[in-house]
Structure formats: C-alpha cells, structure tokens
Design a protein around this ligand. Structure first.
Ligand code: GDP
Length: 453
C-alpha cells in the first residue's frame, strides 16, 4: 500500500463541546503524534499497541502543555484510511483543537480537504464508493430511519448486492471472451440461451432495487405535504400548532418553486416537508387571491395532503371540493379544526378524520399517529433502500442495458450484441462500488463531505 502525505483535521464540530478530536493520516501520522504527545506511561505511541487509548500530555513546540488527553493510533492497512493514522481526543475547546492543528501543520502535516480521510479509505480499497457515500449520509441523516439505512449501506448492504449482480454478469462476459480468445482450448461452447435466466434474474433484482428509490427519496428529503383548505378553515393555526408542537423539530428550507417557503417538520418518526407554507401564512391578508386555487397547486406536488375543514361550521361546497381532491390523493388525512368550539356538521369520508384544536393542542398527538401509520417503517433490511440519486441513476441505466440484452436475446440477435448490453450493465453497476466510476465523479462526491471526515 502506498502511503501519501500526512493530512490533519479537526474531526468534531466547531462548537464548544465535551470532547474534540484531531485526526491524522499518512506516512508520518504516528511520528507526528509522538512529536507532540507524551504518554504518562513513558512509552512512545510508536511502541504502543494500535487501537488502544493512551493517556498523556499534549505539548506545543515550546514545551507548554496544551491539553491532557487521549491518543490512539492505527497502523496500515488496518485503519479507517488504510494508512497509518493517529487521533487525539482532547477537551472540546475550539481554541485547543486549533492550537493542536497548528502544531501539526508546523511539523509538516497539511490540512485535510473535505472528505479526504474517507476518500483515502476508498482509494486504498478499504470501502466501496457506495459505502463511503453512506458515511456522509449518516452524518446528514435527519431521521433515525435514514441513519439506519445509511449504516446498512456503510456496512456494505448495497455494495454487496451490486457486486453479486456484477459478478453474475461478469461470468457471462468471461465465458464469451474465453471462447472467442482461445478457440483451440477445450472450453464449453458459449450458448446465449444458457445465460438467459442469469440476465433475467439480474434484471429483476435491479428493478426491485430501483423500486425502493421512491421510498428512499421520501425518507431522506422528507414527505412533501400540503396543508390545504378554504380560507379561515384553520390552516395557518394548524401549521403554527404543528411548528410549536413540543415534539416537532423544525427547519426552514427554500421551496422548490419560486417564492415559496417550505418547512421541514419531524412529526414523530416521520419527516414532513410542508409545501408552500408562505401561502398559508399569507392567507390572513389575501383571503381572496389565495384559498382554493392555491391549495390546488400545492396538492399536485404533495405526497400527503392534510385537508383542513372548519369543524365549527357546516361543510361548504369549497370544503367538499377539497375533500374530494384529497380522497383522490396518494395519502390524505382530514383535520376537522377548532375542536374547542361547538357546532359544525358531521363529516362522512373514507379518509381518516382527526379532530384538532390548534388552540388547546388537542388532537395533534392523534394526527401524528395517523400520519405515522400512513408511512410505516420500511420492512426491507437496513441499507437496501436506494436513497442516493447517483445510485438510482446507475441502477436505472444498468436496467435499461439488461432489458436491451434480453430483448436482443429473444429477438435472436448474435451474442456480441447481447454481450455489449451486458457489459454496459456491468459498467453501470460498477459505478456503485466505484470500480468503474470516473475520477471527476469521485472528486465531486468527496468534495461534498465535511472536513475531517
Ligand atoms: P386559514 O385561513 O385556513 O389559515 O385559517 P386561520 O388559521 O387563519 O384561522 C382562521 C380563524 O380561525 C382565526 O381567527 C383563528 O384564530 C381561528 N382558529 C383557527 N384554529 C382554531 C382553533 O383550533 N380553535 C379556535 N377556537 N379558533 C381557531
């Protein structure tokens, strides 16, 4: 294994925290650790057992103690990056961590680029590209479900599956080329028909994998949800009640269309991306312009519709129209608002109806439960849900190639045509593990990582 120059970075956040980590990787990692760190045991890190925590003092060049901390080393190739690595677990003071980093730079280490540790791990064959991407996905995960799926991918769930498909197709290709290249050898004849089942099984597996992407997208970016209803139904009050709900975690994100604002909301287990909340907030002033028309456009983009009907009044034709639209949606729930007020007519609908008071908060728990039931936790093993657009695109391309290969087989095409398609599929699948991915793509992937990862 070729070791490269020694990189260093603060691996923990920039806030004050209990513990902060500075890490090193490269040919001088252990030497640099020893230059700064004095184990209380008196035994240098170079003499210490790898992957154990050693207690000691971190000194600056003038011999002053910067921190009392822990140090651990790993030796190539049994480390995260596949190179020699060292890690200081200091007190989580940004000032101390910065000082440690500066000492390391003075000794010749260089600032690690975003994702450079993980990139080295990938380049040194320690992990597949899809697993490396899963590292970033774990860090970015907003729900426990997406974190668990990413952890499954880090453990190789996706890569393992892709490799099995790749290798079944590689067998076909190898046999074909062996017959072609060594006509005098005693190799079994290449008969396409013998491989139809392999290609078809690979095709079906890719199709099943691609089918998980819809769920994967919802899992990582949130379920696009629209709160709709006629003016004064109680939409903005419901939105505020949801946003103020003690169990909700809210982030504001720019909307997908111009001039819209979206709010991401964790409701229990489920992450909702509320579409066009600006529209809802404005309704007080612009009752005429907004209302049903605007609701209609939000409904078209939503995966989940929360239809708000004023529970203190009789159902109007506008309500009926919105309810009818909600009944046609993929997922919908009706909120009968203003539960704390009396009056209103009973509502007949095949949809779940939840009585809510945005004033008292009554019914919000129930709404959380109903929405949670609509989006149950996936039953697939962790890691087998596609969440990454790059992966989905590669799988989709592989699928097209295999469909073409099967079509060619069934149309009686010559083996070379079928093989071209099969190898096209192999190339596309290989992009998951990274074995066939272009270097500029790899660069782009790692540049999205945080520094120190
Ligand atoms: P929107 O036009 O659909 O966004 O409706 P709003 O949320 O602005 O509510 C219209 C009116 O109903 C306002 O005066 C609210 O204060 C009132 N309202 C909304 N929800 C409730 C509720 O749960 N209970 C009571 N008593 N009033 C509510």
């Amino acid at each position: 294994m070729i070791m490269s120059d020694t990189i260093a970075a603060i691996a923990t956040g920039s806030q004050i925290s209990a513990i902060g980590i500075v890490r090193l990787s490269g040919e001088r990692a252990i030497e640099l650790a020893d230059a700064l760190f004095r184990p209380f045991s008196g035994r240098a890190m170079a003499e210490s057992a790898p992957r154990t925590l050693v207690y000691g003092k971190l000194l600056d060049r003038a011999g002053r103690t910067l921190d009392i901390c822990l140090c651990t080393i790993s030796r190539a190739p049994r480390s995260y990056t596949g190179e020699d690595t060292a890690e200081f677990q200091c007190h989580g003071s940004p000032v101390v961590l910065r000082a440690v980093l500066d000492e390391l730079f003075a000794l010749g280490a260089r600032q690690a680029l975003p994702g450079e540790f993980t990139k080295r791990a990938f380049l040194n064959g320690m992990m597949a590209l899809s697993s490396a991407e899963a590292v970033a996905d774990i860090i970015d995960a907003e729900t426990a479900e997406s974190a668990i799926n990413a952890a499954g991918q880090l453990a190789g769930a996706l890569d393992g599956r892709a490799e099995r498909i790749y290798s079944s197709l590689a067998d076909i290709s190898a046999h074909y080329h062996a017959v072609l290249d060594y006509p005098d050898e005693d190799i079994e004849d290449f008969r396409l028909a013998a491989y139809r089942r392999t290609v078809s099984a690979a095709r079906d597996e890719l199709a099943a994998l691609l089918a998980t992407y819809e769920r994967g997208k919802l899992m990582t970016s949130g379920i696009p949800a629209a709160i709709v209803g006629r003016p004064n139904a109680g939409k903005s009050s419901l939105l505020n009640a949801l946003l103020g709900y003690e169990r909700a975690i809210v982030t504001r994100v720019p909307g997908t269309t111009r001039d819209t604002v979206e709010e991401k909301l964790m409701l229990g287990r489920v992450c909702l991306r509320l579409i066009d909340t600006a529209g809802i907030r404005e309704t007080d002033d612009e009752v005429e312009r907004l209302g049903v028309e605007r609701s209609r456009s939000a409904m078209e983009r939503a995966e989940l519709i929360i239809a708000v009907v004023d529970g203190s009044e009789c159902i109007t034709p506008d309500d009926a129209e919105i309810i009818a639209a909600a009944e046609r949606a993929k997922h919908a729930v009706i909120v009968l608002s203003k539960k704390d007020l009396s009056g209103g007519a009973a509502l007949e609908s095949p949809l779940r109806v939840v009585n809510v008071s945005s004033v008292t908060g009554e019914g919000i728990d129930e709404l959380e439960r109903v929405i949670g039931q609509m989006f149950p936790s996936p039953e697939l093993p962790a890691g087998e849900i596609l969440t990454n657009a790059r992966h989905a695109e590669a799988v989709s391309r592989a699928l097209e190639h295999l469909d073409a290969a099967l079509g060619a087989m069934d149309g009686g095409a010559t083996p070379d045509i079928v093989l071209t398609e099969t190898e096209g599929a192999m190339n596309a699948i290989g992009e998951l593990s990274g074995r066939t991915v272009r270097e500029d793509v790899t660069e782009r992937i790692f540049s999205r990582f945080c520094v120190g990862k």
